[in-house]
Design a protein around this ligand. Structure first.
Ligand SMILES: [Zn+2]
Length: 410
């Protein structure tokens, strides 16, 4: 089995050696003597867990900067939807590879996706060797044939590696009706897959839902039709009542906070005191690059912490440690991936960070620096499942991937 030995690296302020065997952290100790296939010198470097981006639409990289700073409906109907309709599977493949390059460079090894042309996304993920759960996405408007084809695809899907899975992704309550939600929930359950949906993103969504459904909030509505459980992943959850938070917590739903997109689209501020009070399961995601406009989970952590503090006038709210857990181990846990921390027996996902970087000096507290100060330049090497995806800031094939994306004009 392939082995990597990382020598003299800082792990939680302790200098250790770390042996990776195959896809696992085999041994963490001082002075490991072993003949390894590869040795990495960790002097003046730290090892840290990578990011798990729990909500994105990866290939929307192609729409980065295409229509910003306008009203939501005008932006969607005049810019985003017409462009999305033109995207071919090859465009999606090129856009996803661009997204994965960006994610690797900014320390992300897993993403939970929701978009069209899932087969093209799977092809890109297989090639780039990151972890991903790719959404097979449903909107009623796209017609019965596509819905049937998608369900058929889900029922017959065989992953090509442990790194890849699919999820069942009804887009939202305003694009998917009750019967289809219930059918898809059943499909997800039968195939033991995650059920991935947008929820309570805007005030309009809540208002329309109350008007159409006997004053039920979107969370109450989804609960009333029986589609919330521990496999449900709900993106945004900006506008929640006490009762909503209670339901989401008791059903074991994973909430995904997307602070940059929520601010850019003026959706509102995630209610951190409320989700803390009900001990909801919370992760972080970037959302797509058309509403962010990048895929940096580092920026997402910082914005999440700052937005919480200013929204609730409480500087102690959402500490660096808490938001770091949301961005890392909570995502791995929600997806059932045995990773998210640097420990013997865990899957070998990690970042090697340059402690000589200007943003990390002085190093009073690495997690504080990581959340409030660092940027992608601090990340030197990225390892996912024991595979080196970026070494000394070099990602193989990066030039070709960027060039193809540049030439993908839509
Ligand atoms: Zn989204």
């Amino acid at each position: 089995m392939k082995t990597i030995l990382i020598k003299n690296i800082s792990l939680k302020n302790r200098i250790v050696d770390i042996l990776i065997e195959g896809n696992t952290f085999k041994q963490i100790d001082q002075n490991i003597i072993v003949k390894a296939d590869k040795i990495i010198d960790g002097t003046n470097k730290a090892i840290i867990q990578p990011f798990y981006n729990m909500h994105t639409h990866s290939s929307m990289t192609l729409l980065r900067g295409y229509g910003d700073d306008m009203r939501l409906f005008e932006w969607l109907s005049e810019y985003i939807w017409p462009q999305e309709a033109k995207l071919t599977p090859e465009d999606i493949y090129n856009g996803t590879r661009l997204a994965i390059v960006e994610m690797i460079r900014s320390g992300t090894v897993f993403f939970l996706d929701m978009y069209w042309h899932h087969e093209a996304i799977i092809r890109a993920v297989e090639e780039m060797k990151v972890r991903a759960s790719i959404g097979v996405t449903f909107i009623e408007e796209r017609g019965k044939t596509e819905i049937e084809e998608n369900i058929n695809f889900i029922n017959n899907f065989k992953p090509s590696s442990d790194l890849i899975t699919i999820n069942v992704a009804p887009h939202a309550i305003y694009t998917v009706g009750k019967d289809l939600y219930q059918e898809l929930f059943k499909v997800a359950k039968e195939n033991n897959l995650k059920f991935n949906t947008h929820l309570s993103e805007t005030i309009k969504e809540v208002k329309d839902c109350r008007e159409a459904n006997n004053n039920l909030t979107p969370t109450e509505y989804l609960d009333s039709i029986g589609v919330l459980d521990h496999n449900t992943i709900a993106a945004h959850c900006v506008h929640l009542t006490e009762h909503d938070a209670e339901i989401l917590s008791s059903r074991g739903v994973t909430l995904v906070h997307n602070p940059c997109a929520n601010m850019k689209l003026a959706s509102g501020a995630f209610n951190v005191p409320l989700v803390n009070k009900y001990e909801c399961k919370v992760c972080l995601g970037t959302d797509g690059t058309s509403s962010n406009n990048n895929l940096s989970m580092m920026e997402e952590m910082k914005f999440a912490a700052l937005l919480a503090k200013v929204s609730y006038n409480d500087t102690a709210l959402l500490s660096a440690n808490q938001v770091f857990a949301w961005a890392t181990k909570n995502g791995a846990k929600a997806m059932g991936i045995n990773s998210g921390s640097i420990k013997e027996g865990k899957l070998a996902d990690c970042l090697i960070v340059d402690l000589n970087s200007d943003r990390l000096i002085p190093n009073h507290n690495l997690i504080s620096n990581w959340v409030y100060s660092a940027d992608s330049r601090c990340i030197e090497t990225v390892i996912c499942n024991g595979n080196i995806l970026m070494e000394d800031r070099i990602i193989p094939n990066e030039a070709e991937i960027l060039e193809k994306a540049k030439r993908t004009i839509i």
